[in-house]
Design a protein around this ligand. Structure first.
Ligand code: DAK
Length: 257
């Protein structure tokens, strides 16, 4: 059985966490499978977007508590490092990633969703960082990525109370971009992924990189990076094709170079 299934729909990949009996809880094996899938996708030159979701009634109900229970501090640090590596591999993919949160996204599940470029939620989704209920704290980026997504006030409330929120609240605070009826979630995420797949691939990848790296740079450096990258994409065939197609009133045929 594959813990993280990979399916291709044209230029779009769907990654599905597939451990539904444990609500897709993230144990070592699942995190290793996720890291391997991200590495596999990073090598796929024809890929244009990724949708990440969960099988069954959860997106992921967090790190695997049963497995974590017996960890020594050294093992816990190594477990945290593995999660960080897997999520960073996903976050740094050149193509956009959309988390389609179908149900519980708690603890490590919420952190995984935040490692994707943005989140679409089912009306059934529940988000939260319940680690303090267990006497631990977020270990897969919850104190860093969540702050950027929702701001410091909401990040504090979620991490320090451990209380979950529903999809409409996640939408209101900017954790989720859109909320869908459960049966419309994947269709919605795939439609957006397909929209992205039709754009200039180099421009999309470079814009994604700037949006990610610009966050860590000060304003002047981020602006300089944007100017240099703007110049760089003028060297692509896609830029020429995109502008020519517009002026000739036809659809562009992008090649990704
Ligand atoms: N881990 C392991 N198993 C889990 C699980 C989890 N996080 N969540 C659910 N399951 C399992 C349940 O044990 C149950 O298994 P069986 O009893 O059937 O064998 C099965 O999934 C179905 O769950 P329930 O029977 O509990 O289902 P309910 O509908 O009643 O409740 C629930 C759903 C999501 C409200 C509930 O399962 C729940 O509260 N789950 C735990 C949620 C949670 O606390 N998540 C945060 C986990 S902590 C770190 C590294 C990482 C992290 C922290 C530190 N370092 C190394 C420093 C990250 C931490 C976390 O993510």
């Amino acid at each position: 059985m594959e813990l993280v299934r990979l399916e291709r729909r044209g230029a779009v990949a769907i990654l599905t966490l597939d451990r539904p009996d444990a609500l897709n809880a993230l144990d070592r094996a699942t995190l290793e499978a996720l890291r391997a899938r991200a590495a596999q996708l990073a090598e796929d030159a024809a890929l244009r977007a990724v949708v990440v979701t969960g099988e069954g009634r959860a997106f992921a109900a967090g790190a695997d508590i049963a497995e974590m229970r017996g960890l020594t501090p050294t093992q816990a640090e190594s477990f945290s490092r593995l999660g960080h590596e897997a999520f960073a591999a996903l976050e740094s993919l050149a193509v956009p990633t959309i988390a389609a949160v179908n149900g519980y996204a708690l603890g490590g599940g919420c952190e995984l969703a935040c490692a994707c470029d943005w989140i679409y939620a089912s009306e059934k989704a529940r988000f939260g960082q319940p680690e303090v209920n267990l006497g631990i704290l977020p270990g897969f980026g919850g104190t860093s990525r969540l702050v950027r997504r929702v701001g410091i006030g909401w990040a504090r409330e979620l991490v320090l109370t451990g209380a979950p929120i529903k999809a409409d609240e996640a939408l209101r605070i900017g954790l989720a971009n859109r909320v869908f009826a459960p049966e419309a979630l994947m269709e919605g995420a795939l439609a957006t992924a397909q929209t992205i797949a039709e754009k200039g691939p180099v421009a999309v990848a470079q814009a994604k990189r700037l949006l990610l790296e610009g966050q860590d740079a000060d304003g002047r450096v981020a602006n300089a990076l944007e100017q240099a990258t703007f110049g760089l994409v003028f060297s692509t065939r896609d830029r020429e094709e995109g502008m020519t197609a517009f002026l000739e009133k036809r659809d562009p045929a992008f090649e990704g170079r």
